[in-house]
Design a protein. Sequence first.
Length: 189
Amino acid sequence: MSTIPFQSYKHHFLVAMPSLQEGIFANSITYLCEHTEQGAMGIVINQPLQVCLDEIFEHLDMDGDCRHDNEPIMAGGPVQTDRGFVLHRPTGQQWDSTLVIADDVAMTTSKDILEAMARGAGPEQALVALGYAGWGAGQLEEELARNAWLTLPADSRIIFDTPIEQRAQLAVGQLGIDLHLIAPGAGHA
């Protein structure tokens, strides 16, 4: 029996196939921040909550000079939904807890980045999410084998420059695929 070598999908998008009809992952696009043989972690980038960034600042008692009324917070996934995750372009600024994922994407989980954002001194382009998506060892690979997700290399412009409602379709459109034309029961031929 041959074993398939592990392939990391770090800095890739997972686009939910139509068979994922329920919950936070329905019609979602997830940015994979980490993927090892021990598991995977990602942030859903197109499921806005009914909360804006200013409300988060107010809840955390952060005074700020900037208004962020129109910046929605994403439902990043079903794990640790009370914890914030900020995807942003690397800026050269040092934050207490930052993971550089790619040349053009970093993730910070420390409060100092939110304090800077409230003052208008944070990264110019950022996506704030509550919670994350997590998979244990082999779990994501099983879901991929069941065709629950379409994987493709990530493009930071989709995270930071694309309207929320267009992110999934624009990502798969780069492969020449129209999500609306995929049947819910699609699978391996």
